[in-house]
Design a protein around this ligand. Sequence first.
Ligand SMILES: [Mg+2]
Length: 228
Amino acid sequence: MSNYSDQPTIIFDMDGTLLDLAYDDFIWNELLPVRYAELHQCSLAESRDTLFQFYQEHNHTLNWYSSRFWTSKVGVDVLAMQIEHKHKVALRPGCIELLDYLKANGYPIWLATNADCAGLAFKLEQTGLTNYFDVMISSESVGHAKEFVEFWQHLAQQHPFDPARCYFIDDTEKVLNGAAKFGIQQLLTIQQPSSGKAARADSRYPMLHALTDLIPLLQHAEENKIYA
Ligand SMILES: [Mg+2]
């Protein structure tokens, strides 16, 4: 156990947690319908109808998160489209402050994302966050989306961690449900994943507004020696 830090492991989701989901909303709900309509010579309304039907069919599957899948399904190079608009990728409030705090206080920081490997790579490059993370993993490389307990079982095989000494922060309730099944004790969600949409009113999980709201929770656990 010598390579275990004294501090609990903090695992973050990427899109909608550390990064503003407004970027992804723009790509998938605004830009892709326009590009699809241009390519297939249909109206924007028809394009939206078709795409949103595809979205519903594939939501919460590995396909949903795969640029390669969408490129072959809709005929638009969606990875190139995302990279073309990479300047719109933005951090959520408090992201750097929180990561700096965790780093300075010896917390292992992990990134577990459903973004595919190509999406993970270009967003990390764009935001410059790579050096904060001890472990970075895409569900594409695991073979299961984070919504499923199998993702967590595979992650723990590749990178052993104790779910009783772990915080996981993710803006998607079904993902948190998957992590709960695996036994992760401290599960938190995000109150406003996209700056372009209203904050959510409630969740079955405690909500962080600014990411830095995590700091007093960790300090409280430390003061009460919950993980000592
Ligand atoms: Mg997310």
